[in-house]
Design a protein. Sequence first.
Length: 193
Amino acid sequence: MPSKGSFQWNAVRFANKVFCVTHSLKNSPGYDYVVWLDADTYSFRPMPSSFLEKLLPGESLLTYLGRGDKDPECGFVGYNLKHTDIQKLIYEWEDLYINDKIFKITSGWTDCSSLIHLSREYQKHKGTKVHDIGHASGVKGHHVFINSLLGLYMDHFKGKRKESGTSWKKDFWRQTHGETKKIVELDYWKSIK
């Protein structure tokens, strides 16, 4: 569990992101999915729409980058607007912050902590499907964003990586699944330090 002095306990800071996301979910009629992508990402080659369609299955409420027992990496999250639970998720996610229920979550008060809390509740009590493109899909390493399928097209400048303008070579773990086996062989990744 993070120390109470950590950024992970700043509910106000992360409420801003939650309300930004829920606002976009409420105001995107006619779309199948809304994808959140952190501003500190860089797309280094074109991403075909077929790739996104594969990442965002129609039966899943959410697509995210799981990190095992830790909170997910929420630099990329897909929200299925056609899912029967999406309106309930929007309401309950906002309600955590509006009515101070966030303070009962023991892993932290970030958007990631609150989203995974709700996701686990939905999976446990309603059998809701989610699509974890991180650890549950066999991705190894802490920086799951670049080690996942997303690393085929994008870099995410998490934390101090913003200063260097790229992720680092040491962020990569040897992957063993399909397309991710050769991520480090892409020209973009060959050029980083």
